[in-house]
Design a protein around this ligand. Structure first.
Ligand code: PAF
Length: 283
């Protein structure tokens, strides 16, 4: 495994690698969710690259950039064990050299949900992912369903800017009690960790109502909100029942609808989602 800092060295190392190249972009502090993406890339591609970069441009001024968890040594050990070929750990100056002023802005699908709560977030995500696609020139890039809107934004960006990259989406990895794995779970106190299961419980309550025949989206939103309200440590930012491509809120629920939410547990902001399937429909 080669661990590289400079873009010029990355390009040199990437050039001679034949066959399908799979990229897994990350912000590090890797957990089983990230590793499942690497494993999938390893299984599907001849060569695999991972970026570890806490991207400052996707954090708002009052967000957790400074305290975002980092452990590069542990990350590298895990990536080596999984047989990754290239790891790029650029500095902020390497990614955004002095004078940087070019941004990728995806329009409609960044307006609601996370985009509304975190202005500028997806401009930072789309820009850095475009730069990662240019740097690694992957045939495939792997992302987690946990960041459902991010996946929609990156798909749109890849299509609109003609990146010859297949965006592969992998299932959310969960703890046995349903909590979706996230680097931000590290912020939770034991009591908050317990309370954080409410996100999965709220999504499950709506999924079950759908399976039982409920098609009124407003009712599913109300069900998720009331489940969240039952947990004293949880504060809802939004709940949504949306079209999975446009992310427009639905009135009537259809198979494939995206149920999503952002919730504060104490000071920690968590997101989660499920996609309604025919399986849920038939129970
Ligand atoms: O999902 C993430 O960890 C980040 O948003 C990504 C895609 C690595 C871009 O910084």
């Amino acid at each position: 495994m080669q661990t590289i800092t400079l873009l010029s060295d990355l390009r040199q190392a990437r050039k001679p690698l034949p066959g399908k190249f799979g990229l897994v972009p990350t912000m590090g502090y890797l957990h089983q969710g990230h590793l499942s993406l690497v494993e999938r890339a390893r299984a599907e591609c001849e060569h695999v690259g991972v970026s570890v970069f806490v991207n400052p441009t996707q954090f708002g001024p009052s967000e957790d950039l400074e305290r975002y968890p980092r452990d590069l040594e542990a990350d590298l050990r895990q990536l080596e064990r999984l047989g990754v070929d290239l790891v790029w750990t650029p500095t902020v100056e390497e990614m955004y050299p002095a004078g940087f002023q070019t941004w990728v802005t995806v329009e409609n699908v960044t307006a609601p949900l996370e985009g509304k709560q975190r202005p500028g977030h997806f401009r930072g995500v789309a820009t850095v992912v475009a730069k990662l696609f240019n740097a690694f020139t992957p045939e495939r890039a792997y992302f987690g369903q946990k960041d459902a809107q991010q996946v929609v934004v990156i798909r749109r960006m890849a299509q609109d800017l003609n990146f010859p990259v297949e965006v592969v989406v992998c299932p959310t990895v969960r703890e046995p009690d349903g909590l979706a794995l996230s680097s931000r779970n590290a912020y939770l106190s034991p009591q908050e960790r317990q309370a954080a299961t409410v996100l999965h419980r709220a999504l499950t309550s709506a999924e079950e109502a759908y399976a039982a025949g409920e098609r009124d989206a407003e009712l599913l939103r109300a069900l998720m909100s009331s489940t969240l309200a039952s947990e004293p440590l949880a504060r809802e930012e939004y709940v949504s029942v949306a079209d999975p491509e446009t992310l427009d809120e639905l009135n009537r629920v259809t198979s494939g609808a995206l149920l999503s939410m952002a919730v504060r547990i104490g000071k920690t902001r968590l997101i989660d989602n499920v996609v309604l399937t025919r399986k849920a429909e038939t129970g």
